[in-house]
Design a protein around this ligand. Structure first.
Ligand code: FAD
Length: 397
């Protein structure tokens, strides 16, 4: 099968690797002239790592990643622990693969390196897709520079503002969540004391939260802060933010957080308005389908957006390999196999927004108290609550 993929993000690159694994021919069209260095980290959970294991490239990714000691939650102002799930060794034992943190640039470059070894001509950079049309059993894709390419299947892995999705199903109507996310990456050496633990740590507070974790052998700290405020509506990874504004958002927080914010280089601080979208009822039409954020954009409160794109990639490549069906049928089967899981993850991500941002004392006690108690009395409960997510193995389902 000749597969055309629009978008060279984590979704598009992984889809290309999965398609090659199942014996298809692929071309990826990425509008950027180089796969850029977005200064941000990403959590790479066991459910995604299982796909890389099945592709035989988990070691390449692990080499560039950082293995956190635990997932933990704390109160943002006092730093008081709420719960801690140990990860070193335990993640593999409990969920069948490691839980990692990785710089996005390292993640993308690992996938790109593998792809270039397997199919040196597959990635077309500076190739912005303008339109596509289906004629009979073929899809023809046109680039803005006028070139045309033909294939059997077209995959829209073109992200949250997907033009392929809009073409198939019309413009979406995202709802602003009233949350703005701040992000920055900085060297640990810029922090004098109060360095964040080598864990994935969620710091909870009224109407806001922070997530800290380490990257690149622990030498970099990734910071994401989310605040309920409605004075910023741009959904863009590259808009700069104002450091004083961020300091005000987390005034009187624990010294780990305030010192970290004070150490951010203002040129490396970005902000992004968070919009919510309901699950799409369908992702495929004819020989065209969607994957990753194009299919199921989700809020970042469960750190699973890219992981879902990785799971989609395996299922899609496997289903289009079934010889006894028409392409259209395989794409419908792919969509139906993925819809309930991705919708559940979308809903759980949204639910975490409420959990993380409890405003009232009573709400905090009723939400975090049982978590703290369960972590003390029966720590395995805290692990088990995540089995549906991290324990899932899309390569055997
Ligand atoms: C603050 C924040 C933190 C997050 N943390 C995590 C996390 O810890 N773990 C996790 O799993 N997920 C996380 N996510 C979500 C994750 O970043 C996304 O789900 C993931 O990057 C989506 O990948 P994608 O390949 O589907 O889309 P994208 O990464 O958006 O890639 C789409 C690509 O398509 C290209 N493109 C678009 N239009 C065209 C066109 N017309 N022609 C050619 N190319 C085109 C774009 O240039 C881009 O390269 C987070 C998100 C946010 C906002």
């Amino acid at each position: 099968m000749k597969v055309l993929i629009v978008g060279g993000g984590i979704g598009g690159l992984t889809a290309a690797l999965c398609c090659l694994h199942f014996g298809h021919e692929v071309t990826i069209f990425e509008q950027a002239s180089a796969l850029g260095d977005i200064g941000a980290g990403i959590q790479l959970p066991p459910n995604a790592m299982k796909v890389f294991k099945a592709l035989g490239i988990d070691h390449i990714i692990t080499e560039k990643a950082f293995e956190p000691e635990a997932i933990e939650a704390r109160m943002g102002e006092s730093g008081r622990p709420i719960f801690k799930i140990p990860l070193a060794r335990d993640a593999v034992e409990m969920w069948g693969a490691s839980y990692l943190h990785i710089h996005r640039a390292d993640y993308i470059s690992a996938l790109k390196e593998v792809l270039e070894n397997l199919a040196p001509e597959a990635l077309q950079l500076g190739a912005r897709v303008a339109s596509f049309r289906e004629v009979g059993a073929e899809v023809t894709l046109s680039l803005e520079d006028g070139r045309e390419f033909r294939g059997d299947i077209l995959i829209g892995a073109d992200g949250i503002h997907s033009a392929i999705r809009e073409n198939l199903f019309g413009a979406d109507r995202p709802n602003f969540t009233g949350n703005v996310a701040w992000r920055a990456v900085l060297p640990v050496t810029h922090l004098k004391s109060d360095v964040p633990n080598p864990t994935a740590c969620a710091w909870m507070g009224p109407g806001r939260h922070v997530v800290t974790y380490r990257l690149r052998g622990g030498q970099l700290v990734n910071f994401v802060g989310v605040v309920e405020r409605d004075d910023w509506r741009e959904e863009s990874w590259t808009d700069k933010g104002d450091l004083q504004d961020l300091l005000r958002d987390f005034e009187n927080w624990h010294p780990v957080i305030t010192q970290l914010i004070n150490s951010i280089n203002p040129d490396d601080l970005f902000r992004w308005a968070l919009f919510d979208r309901s699950p799409l009822p369908e992702w495929s039409r004819g020989h065209v389908t969607l994957l990753g954020d194009a299919a199921h954009p989700m809020l970042p409160f469960l750190a699973q957006g890219a992981a879902m794109a990785v799971e989609d990639s395996w299922v899609l490549a496997r289903e289009i390999s079934q010889q006894d069906r028409a392409v259209k049928e395989s794409l419908e089967i792919y969509q139906n196999m993925r819809l309930s899981r991705t919708s559940k993850v979308q809903a759980a991500s949204k639910g975490n927004m409420k959990t993380f941002h409890q405003r009232r004392r009573l709400g905090q006690i009723l939400t975090y108290g049982p978590m703290w108690l369960a972590g003390k009395l029966v720590p395995s409960i805290v692990h088990r609550r995540m089995n549906w997510l991290y324990g899932f193995d899309v390569t055997v389902s």
